[in-house]
Design a protein. Sequence first.
Length: 320
Amino acid sequence: MFIGVKDMIIIIDYLTIKQNNISVLDTLEFLQIKTEYRDKFIKYCANMSTYEYSYRYDNISINYKDTDTGNRVSVNMSGQGCRTFTDISHINLLTLLKHAVNDSWTCSRIDLACDEKEKILNIKQLLKISQDFVNDKKQQVRSKLQYCDPRNTTKGITIYYGSPKSNILIRIYDKARERRYENNILHWIRCEIQIRDTNANQTMILLSENQTNSGLVFSGILNNYLQFLKKNTDKQNADLLPQWKKFIQNTNKVKIYTDKGRQYNADYIRHNICKMYSTTLYTYSQLKDSNGKNSLNNIILSAKTKLNQKQKNLIAQQKK
């Protein structure tokens, strides 16, 4: 656990980092696992296509595979594994992330969580707002995550923003109910952000640069992707719902989007066309419209008036 904005406690609740050309022993050294725990990592056959072996101890796994060009290693920690790590290592998780960035490890998943126990969030109200948002996107939510799944079951209220397969998934739920505290004896709302792929790697970099204020990173990411708004106001300029504003503490937005290091050039555009539109373009090129013609070239030419500045600059640069 790490202290964040105004004593906001942030938990790293899942972590996967990867590296090439490193041995399992060197990985244990990198993790700074205490000597008395190193022999506790037991070797298993990995039930994964990408790795051959897995060395595991108490929800921490070091996955390993030899390849023609070297070996491949990933370190995976579940929520319990993250807590175990703090007991069996000489360093904490934030320090590990800093070392990982310095040694060019990559992060493919990191989950951040914050427990709210001060009766700030009214989860029933957030459920109602989210249910209304599902039925009408004009309602009290400003979200970059279009998928929303609010649930109210016997296990309590859980609200999802983002799909399980997306790079960003936000989950807000009644942790006290999940732990089976009855009769509202305890107020315990957990907000989690599950982050994958290049977004996870960018988050790792941000956390490594903000060792003393992980809450700033957490709140900023949350504020960038999800905002609950006051009712009956212009959504574009609406103020935040008071309880949400108090929870995120009005921090700035933190963006974790990256373009995987690609430059915006002809190769980048060709890659996107091949990946997303090539089959559609080919199919249309073989067809005729209602006038008996194929107007693919006209469609392409008509886009000239719709170019953004980045596209115009690229064309101008090409003509020099």
